[in-house]
Design a protein around this ligand. Structure first.
Ligand code: KMH
Ligand code: ZN
Length: 270
């Protein structure tokens, strides 16, 4: 098995300070959180930013400021979000790609999200992918259900998606596939050859899916974007504590954790 890559999605677009008082939202808070997560064992930071009011934003300037601050503290791989928040226009969502981050998320289909639709039309997906490759940004393919995996494989066949292929299964969103163990097994069985994969379990699914991925050879995403709890009804102190727990779990299961350089190599970024 490859060494375990731990990603932390430190902020997201939906989590609020009201429900999670230690949520990092300013560039300084996010840089400190990224540093703490890196020290705890994370090699990738999945990044959304917020405006001065704490609202989700795709502002290039805010991304630039935050990335510069993270960079000054630690060498983590920064993966920016092109998903943004539900309702953001595609043009707003792709603007931060101009900063040419090492990686960015690429959402492979539409899904109900609360009472709204997180819309990703095929033409939009293909054009975002094209824009990423032009800027040498490696996509992480965000998969919320099996159809999105099948669609990704069609795009691989068409050469619209090019290697390296890294999939992220996001399981347990309210209207998406649940984080039942069999769902992850089924998705992994359907992967194309020569790819890597990770799982982001939402809420109560974060920990069990992480354990499953560690034993199946996948990688793991944790963080306040997906889950704010340490255990039922008990808030996690910080993103870093969630990362640390995965590192401990991996050590107990005898799966070595990747450094940033090792993660970069495994993901084909170098
Ligand atoms: N905020 C969600 C609607 C991504 O980062 O690419 C989408 C999301 C996925 O968070
Ligand atoms: Zn995200």
């Amino acid at each position: 098995m490859e060494k375990l890559i731990i990603t932390c999605a430190i902020t997201g677009a939906e989590t609020t300070k009201e429900v999670c008082p230690t949520l990092p939202i300013t560039p300084d808070e996010q840089a400190q959180a990224a540093f703490d997560c890196w020290q705890a064992g994370a090699s990738v930071i999945h990044l959304h930013v917020r405006d001065d009011l704490g609202k989700p934003s795709q502002s290039v300037e805010r991304f630039e400021e935050t990335i510069t601050k993270i960079r000054s503290k630690c060498p983590v791989i920064i993966q920016i979000s092109t998903g943004g928040a539900v309702g953001d226009t595609i043009s707003a969502r792709i603007k931060p790609l101009n900063l040419k981050p090492e990686m960015a998320s690429l959402n492979m289909g539409s899904i109900n999200f609360g009472n709204e639709v997180f819309q990703n039309l095929p033409s939009e997906i293909e054009s975002i992918a094209k824009g990423m490759y032009e800027k040498n940004v490696i996509p992480e393919l965000e998969i919320y259900d099996y159809a999105m995996l099948e669609y990704s494989k069609k795009l691989i066949q068409k050469n619209t998606l090019k290697p390296p292929f890294h999939f992220q299964f996001v399981l347990g969103t309210p209207q998406g596939m649940t984080g039942a163990a069999r769902n992850l097994t089924w998705l992994v069985d359907g992967l194309p050859e020569n790819c890597s994969w990770a799982v982001a379990g939402i809420g109560k699914y974060q920990l069990p899916l992480a354990a499953q991925a560690i034993t199946m050879g996948g990688h793991v995403r944790v963080g306040f974007e997906d889950n704010i709890y340490w255990s039922k009804g008990v808030l996690a102190e910080s993103n870093a504590t969630l990362v640390k727990r995965i590192k401990l779990l991996a050590e107990m299961l005898q799966r070595p954790v990747a450094t940033v350089d090792e993660a970069r190599k495994q993901l084909g970024l170098a």
